[in-house]
Design a protein around this ligand. Structure first.
Ligand SMILES: *Cc1c(COP(=O)(O)O)cnc(C)c1O
Length: 222
């Protein structure tokens, strides 16, 4: 069994260290990626002070968000978005990091209740311009940004990427440059394996799973 509170303490210390070393004004926010982890693991992290959690599957998010409604968890949806899941995602997320097309943005806007705060969103960019990878092509980013800016109930906050591990450092810098160009302040980048390079490039939100919770189950936890 992984020692979740121990892992969290270690990662928080590592984040602080890398952040100071690279001269960042403040350390990035840590999002604990709890996909395919049981609720007991989330509760353990919660008890160790963790409040931001990341999920990849709509139904799994819904089940966990309902079960932990009272705790006041901040839920981040970080997985690929099927348009028939936008109602669930818009209802149970506080943040969505993985918008990659206008249709999905429109549907999230449509399904976000006026009784809830605006949904905080990032656009996922295919920084490596790799075929078969999620994210909007960098050339199509301006149109998507313009489209999201005019949609009600969505607040565009930043950019997200999952670069190829062979040139992650370069890709993180490229994403930071794009965010700066479009005056977007949030950079959702960095996972268990490439955390330090992401912090150096100015990440504001790290998405860390395995290093906190250990290996994931092969089946969805719904
Ligand atoms: C699973 C996942 C992560 C976490 O990955 P780890 O390697 O377990 O840290 C981060 N971001 C996204 C989009 C993911 O799907």
């Amino acid at each position: 069994m992984p020692n979740i509170s121990h892992n969290l303490a270690q990662i928080r210390a590592d984040i602080l260290k890398a952040s100071r070393k690279s001269g960042q004004p403040e350390p990035p926010k840590l999002i604990a990626v709890s996909k395919r982890q049981p609720q007991s693991a989330i509760i353990e992290a919660y008890e160790a002070g963790q409040r931001n959690f990341g999920e990849n599957y709509a139904q799994e998010l819904e089940a966990k968000a309902k079960a932990l409604q009272k705790q006041g968890v901040c839920w981040h949806f970080i997985g690929p978005i099927q348009s028939n899941k936008t109602r669930i995602i818009a209802t149970y997320s506080d943040w969505v990091h993985s918008i990659d097309r206008i249709k999905v943005a429109e549907r999230l806007s449509h399904h976000r209740s006026t009784e809830q705060p605006d949904l905080q969103v990032c656009i996922q960019v295919n920084v490596d311009n790799a075929p078969n990878k999620s994210g909007v092509h960098p050339n199509e980013l301006p149109q998507l940004i313009d489209a999201i800016h005019v949609l009600p109930r969505l607040q565009l906050r930043g950019l997200m990427a999952i670069p190829d591990k062979h040139n992650a450092a370069q890709a993180f810098l490229a994403l930071a440059k794009q965010a700066d160009h479009y005056q977007l302040s949030e950079l959702s980048m960095g996972m268990s394996q490439d955390m330090e390079a992401a912090i150096t490039a100015g990440s504001t939100m790290l998405r860390i799973g395995t290093a906190i919770f250990g290996p994931r189950s092969v089946v969805k936890k719904i």
